[in-house]
Write a protein that binds this ligand. Structure first.
Ligand SMILES: NC(=O)c1ccc[n+]([C@@H]2O[C@H](COP(=O)([O-])OP(=O)(O)OC[C@H]3O[C@@H](n4cnc5c(N)ncnc54)[C@H](OP(=O)(O)O)[C@@H]3O)[C@@H](O)[C@H]2O)c1
Length: 337
């Protein structure tokens, strides 16, 4: 991607909730190094993560950066942090499926009440653009993490009904597994290979997943925050991968053992479900699920080069027309430390 998308942040104040997370770190690095923002505000709870981040991005080398301790559950603190902010990227979330199942109230407080607080704080401060990150697990959810992110998506999409003359544009970006992210299958398999395990556990041999690199996710976020009309859910076109292909490439000599699908896990992930298809159009690099509101201009995209998808269309990791090749897998694995 060229730096045109990032020029959107020139002379702007940008706040990133969850700025110390995997996405936040790389997004902030790109904004600081590829644009000339007025301020980049990291908003998160843990002072130690912020301290570590300050070692990489200190005020001396990056005079635009600010570190704000705060919880998205704390509406007053968020409102204070968003003063004179032009755009917000909402990345803070509780995102581990088993933790969300075991601690449902905590998951809802962060993912759902936090979303509501971000909306109110943005409206009260006249923020112009808000982009909320979502996940494939929010489409037809079967676990609380996915359900809470679906609720969050709905909150951001419908927040456009509240923005009136303030004009805040709220948009959602939905994508799939980030290759190599914390707690994901690559570090897990790597550990087993290092320990010379006698097998690699496979939950189900048929399992497929969408794959996106963190850099692709970050670049996509920068480009959609710029282009959004407000109310869309953007879904990038990304390749799929069979879990057995990953295991074979990572450990060609170690046998796989089927251990059965875990609770809350799907065989295949979906990003655009059949029922979304009536609202969905297709651009070269993404699908756009448009809001179902009366005020939404139906020709926003279709009149400008996009095409409607067929009724009943479904974009899922098993019916994708792009699959990661062994060579791409090997390249991904080389790039991930
Ligand atoms: N990683 C993936 O595979 C993936 C795939 C699709 C979508 N996503 C979405 O992308 C977003 C970012 O994910 P990530 O991988 O960057 O997550 P991450 O590495 O776990 O980072 C989460 C960030 O949120 C902060 N946070 C958590 N709870 C908070 C709260 N209550 N108030 C304020 N900050 C809070 C954390 O810092 P503190 O703990 O210090 O507060 C941290 O900075 C999430 O919305 C996730 O749902 C991720």
């Amino acid at each position: 991607m060229n730096d045109k998308a990032y020029s959107f942040f020139d002379d702007k104040s940008v706040l990133i909730t969850g700025g110390t997370g995997s996405f936040g770190n790389l997004f902030i690095k790109n904004v600081l190094e590829r644009s000339k923002p007025r301020r980049v505000i990291v908003y998160s709870r843990d002072e130690f993560k912020q301290y570590e981040m300050q070692q990489r991005f200190d005020l001396h080398d990056y005079p635009a950066i600010r570190y704000f301790i705060g919880d998205v559950r704390d509406a007053n603190r968020l409102e204070m942090a968003m003063r004179e902010v032009d755009c917000v990227v909402h990345a803070a979330a509780m995102k581990h499926v088993p933790a969300a199942e075991y601690n449902p109230f905590e998951c809802l407080h962060t993912n759902v009440n936090g979303a509501e607080n971000v909306v109110h704080a943005a409206l009260r401060n006249g923020v112009k653009n808000v982009l909320a990150l979502s996940t494939d697990k929010a489409c037809n959810p079967i676990n609380l993490y996915g359900a809470s992110k679906l609720a969050s998506d709905k909150i951001f999409v419908s927040a456009n009904n509240l923005s009136g003359s303030i004009g805040t544009r709220f948009t959602v970006l939905r994508y799939g597994n980030v290759v190599g992210s914390r707690g994901s299958v690559i570090p897990f398999f790597r550990r087993l290979v290092e320990q010379k395990a006698d097998h690699l556990p496979i939950t189900d041999e048929r399992m497929t997943r969408f794959w996106i690199t963190l850099q692709q996710g970050v670049d996509f976020a920068a480009s959609v925050i710029n282009a959004a009309h407000g109310g869309e859910i953007f879904v990038p076109k990304i390749p799929s991968m069979r879990i057995t292909d990953l295991a074979r490439v990572m450990a060609p000599t170690i046998p796989m053992k089927n251990i059965g699908i875990r609770p809350g896990e799907k065989l295949h992930e979906v990003m655009v479900g059949e029922d979304d298809s009536r609202q969905t159009c297709e651009l070269e690099d993404c699908y756009v699920i448009e809001p179902a509101f009366n005020w939404w201009k139906r020709d926003s995209y279709v009149g400008n080069g996009a095409e409607r998808v067929a009724d009943g269309f479904r974009y899922s990791s098993d019916n994708n027309n792009r699959w990661v090749s062994d060579e791409e897998l090997k390249a991904f694995l080389r790039d991930i430390k």
